[in-house]
Structures are given as C-alpha cells and as structure tokens.
Design a protein around this ligand. Sequence first.
Ligand SMILES: [Zn+2]
Length: 60
Amino acid sequence: MSCAKHSYPDKRAAISARKIVLRTRGRHSRPMDLRPYFCEECRAWHLTKQLSLPAFLQVS
Ligand SMILES: [Zn+2]
C-alpha cells in the first residue's frame, strides 16, 4: 500500500516542486523543513512538507 502523500517520479521533480512551494509561500516557508526524500513504500519522492498539510500534521 502506498502512502497518501503527493509523490514525484524523481528527485528532480521533487526539487522543482520544492522551488514552486517556496516561491508560493514566500516568507511563510521554512526551506530547511522542506526537503525531498525517497519513500521506500511507494518508490517515489516526497517533500517533507506538503503545500497544504493535513490538520493533524500542522504542529506549530
Ligand atoms: Zn510514499
């Protein structure tokens, strides 16, 4: 079963998505918290934070 996160086919796609997110969120974003990583579960790339987080993930 794959996880519910938005996935990217490769690292480059994840990185470009990251740039778009940072550009969109501007000063509200914390770039260090938004890293691409490879997910073994669904064999795809995710970002450590999503553009719109589920409520239960919004810790701060
Ligand atoms: Zn995954």
